[in-house]
Design a protein around this ligand. Structure first.
Ligand code: PGA
Length: 254
């Protein structure tokens, strides 16, 4: 069975003390959660990763970064390497988030290098893809997502792509309160799986967890997670409140 995963993307939010109390609140609520077979990943700003990975280790969840450099350690002011993340106990890294693509100009060719660095350092990339509203309205959303997958991931070997998690995040749904319908999510997730199956085979495609992201909240998570190709969620705003985040984690099978 594919791994079911809920990852919280804190983005650029929380002071140190706020981050610390959110981590402890999540840990406490997780201690009596319904289903311990869901992998929980918390992705705080990089400044808090060491703290988060310590608390995560003691409380049965995982810690992820929101980005890593495409370069080997060296003279790259302001950057953080995959090797450094690994040495701080980080296990996941979000790559290709639409905010990185649109505000920081990250393109698929650079993302391919970041994926390589993450895998080399035993980090699990959560590779994000998704179309903007204009592309959906123009009916090119399948082609857009397909290209994002092919360009950043299709250089990987079979045993490498199975180490990846993919997050489908329609850009029009991120932080907007406008969620994709469960049918829209399922349709795209199935498409992503088919694109991977066509190159790597059905077994490989079936082993990869595909998360949905974009205004996922305690009210809509259960229906989204009930879709056969939706293996969990990448949660932004709702991951900043321990209660909401853990409710989402508890939404499987509801
Ligand atoms: P959102 O963000 O849940 O606030 O829409 C999701 C994301 O950007 O990963």
């Amino acid at each position: 069975m594919r791994k079911r995963i809920v990852a919280g993307n804190w983005k650029m939010n929380k002071t140190f003390t706020e981050a610390e109390s959110l981590l402890f609140d999540i840990a406490e609520l997780l201690s009596d959660r319904d289903d311990t077979n869901v992998e929980v990943v918390v992705c705080p700003p990089s400044l808090y990763l060491e703290l988060a990975s310590d608390i995560a280790k003691q409380n049965g969840f995982k810690c992820g970064a929101q980005n890593c450099s495409q370069y080997n350690p060296g003279a790259y002011t302001g950057e953080i390497s995959a090797e450094m993340l690994q040495s701080a106990g980080v296990q996941y890294v979000i790559l290709g988030h639409s905010e990185r693509r649109s505000y920081f100009g990250e393109k698929d060719d650079v993302l391919a290098l970041k994926v390589d660095k993450a895998l080399m350092n035993e980090l699990t990339p959560i590779y994000c893809c998704g179309e903007v509203l204009k592309e959906r309205e123009g009916n090119s959303h399948f082609a857009v997502v397909e290209e994002q997958i092919k360009k950043a991931l299709f250089h990987l070997k079979n045993d490498e792509i199975t180490k990846l998690v993919i997050a489908y995040e329609p850009v029009w749904a991120i932080g907007t309160g406008r969620t994709a319908t469960p049918a829209q999510a399922q349709e795209m997730h199935a498409h992503i799986r088919k694109v991977i199956a066509d190159k790597y085979g059905v077994d490989t495609a079936n082993s990869i967890s595909i998360l949905y992201g974009g205004s996922c909240n305690p009210g809509n998570a259960a229906e989204l997670f009930a879709q056969p190709d939706v293996d969990g969620g990448l949660i932004g705003g709702a991951s900043l409140k321990a209660d909401d985040f853990v409710k989402i984690i508890n939404s499987f099978g509801k």
